[in-house]
Write a protein that binds this ligand. Sequence first.
Ligand code: FMN
Ligand code: SF4
Ligand code: SF4
Ligand code: FES
Length: 631
Amino acid sequence: MIAATVNLELIKENYLKALGKTQRQIVVCAGTACVANGSLKVFEAVKEQVEKKDLDVSVKLESDKDADVVMAKTGCRGFCQVGPLVTVRPQEYHYVRVKPEDAAEIVESSVADDKPVERLLYSDPATGNTCRTTKDIPFYTRQNRTVLDECGKIDACNIEEYISHNGYFAARKAFTEMQPQQICDQVLESGLRGRGGGGFPTGKKWALTLPQPGEKKYVICNGDEGDPGAFMDRSLMEGNPHRVLEGMMIAARAIGADEAYVYVRAEYPLAVSRVSEAVRDAEQLGILGEDVFGTGSSLKIKVLEGAGAFVCGEETALIASIEGRRGMPNPKPPFPAQSGLWGRPTCINNVETLATVPLIIQHGAEYFKSMGTENSAGTKTFALTGHVANTGLIEVPFGLTLREIVFGIGGGVTDDDGSILKDGFKAVQCGGPSGGCLTEEHLDLPIDYDNLRNIGAMVGSGGLVVMNRKTCMVQIAHFFMQFTQNESCGKCVPCREGTKQMLRLLEDIIEGRAALETIDLLERVASAVSKGSLCGLGKTAPNPVLTTLKYFRDEYIAHVVHGKCPAGQCKAYAMPEIDPEKCIGCGLCKKKCPVDAIEGEKKQPHVIDQDKCIKCGACAEACKFNAVIGM
Ligand SMILES: Cc1cc2nc3c(=O)[nH]c(=O)nc-3n(C[C@H](O)[C@H](O)[C@H](O)COP(=O)(O)O)c2cc1C
Ligand code: SF4
Ligand code: SF4
Ligand code: FES
């Protein structure tokens, strides 16, 4: 029979004792990106090599067994770009781009012996320095990983290891030492704001749900994460699922719920399986289920797969989806806190929000407030992607500037071939389809909820897409518009029809059919969509358009008035060029050009002055050698 009250101290002590006897730990990243790059084969190859050495290898450290070498699979460590990653402990040698063929050398050098395999260590492209551990890699040293701290360090599927890192101690404290109102107060005091996009104070949401009448209440963990390019919540669910469950337990205690759901999109199979396994393990150990920590309270957590529609991340649509109805938003009020799942008071929080809560209960509100800014406490995870040298998952305190993120952590702006572009920065798209495009003038702005909102962008769920000078901002606005238009559920007219019209107007601009009035019309429709839509999808869909219009208006004007795409990306505005391979220098084009835009010596390749060219096509018509291209 399972003991009703689990002894966390004893589990921790036994685990650490067993770990102390282990000579080496080999940790292989098994996050989605590393797995896609073959990390599971690396794991098997390393294991095989360890066994060849006649060492006793265990694939999971268990407190009641001894092993010479323990191998573990972790969740994402953030630096997916250089994966698969392998760490050898206790030296913490951090190997990058590891292939199964490297296994023998890793085991020979750093497991049987004590030396790192130099060629597999990360070399910093900026300085050329070889980095032995993550403590030497600028991508990590400039971050403040608190919520993600154990992601990539611990075996995601080993509850004992989580407990050995003080896991579930905060949940026990919440259940046995704190009253629900005290928990709400502490979370409110900490300044934690929802990480799912809106930034609503979490403690306030809990305090609103707590006094609602009725015996039955629910907690929902929103793991839908539909933003293109975002993978923060997925990484947390895959890398440290127990932390998410612990946050849910604290939320349940705070509002008085005895049932909870983790809603994960079906495209995240690894997250679904790891969270499900974590629930099973926590139940088996007596942490979840009946009589939680001997308090008489019970808590059941269920994992539900969503079909993967962006709008299902919206809380009322998510509730409809769990209830088995079509995932469409409903007007608020009533808010889920008043009438949510099956009409009962329901608290919906984002994965990262919930994974942050154990930190606050464990270390206190002051600790949390000591990070971040006055109105945005703590840290935030971001998915850093696009034209930047180091892409990946990062966690930084609020208040850090975009410059520090793009150049300090990201390592600078890159060309399409990955080489660093000096002065190549053009924009950052912040906050996904609900967010906005920021420009050079915002590089030194401390990032927080209010600062970003004041300039028309959003923290959103934390997507950061860096763009170089060769990016056409109209095309970027079009990309995000296409996404929201596709994802509009169609329930309300401004969103359903308005996003369609905005998309058409953007297409007109990109394809050379627009005039100055098109820009005005686009702006007016954007404002109507944002004011008239029912849910956040429609309300924020115009943000990428409005911010590009605000900060890159010249680029729109260049398209519609001057017939040019300054980034050279829109085919309709491609300028004619002369192919020097084909041109024989006959000079016919030069004679026909009405604005003297063509230069060149007889029998030498000619060139077109793009600033003078009016794209009349006379040169292409005159050339008998098809040397004029791009018309
Ligand atoms: C179209 C749309 C999609 C959303 N998708 C998500 C999502 O994937 N994950 C999430 O946590 N919140 C999402 N939200 C916000 C949720 O509705 C809700 O505000 C959030 O889950 C509350 O949690 P928080 O207070 O911890 O941020 C979305 C909102 C909208 C309008
Ligand atoms: S705003 Fe768009 S997504 Fe939201 S309810 Fe209306 S049609 Fe559906
Ligand atoms: S007409 Fe053709 S071949 Fe002759 S100079 Fe012009 S581009 Fe060159
Ligand atoms: S999946 Fe391995 S570092 Fe992200």
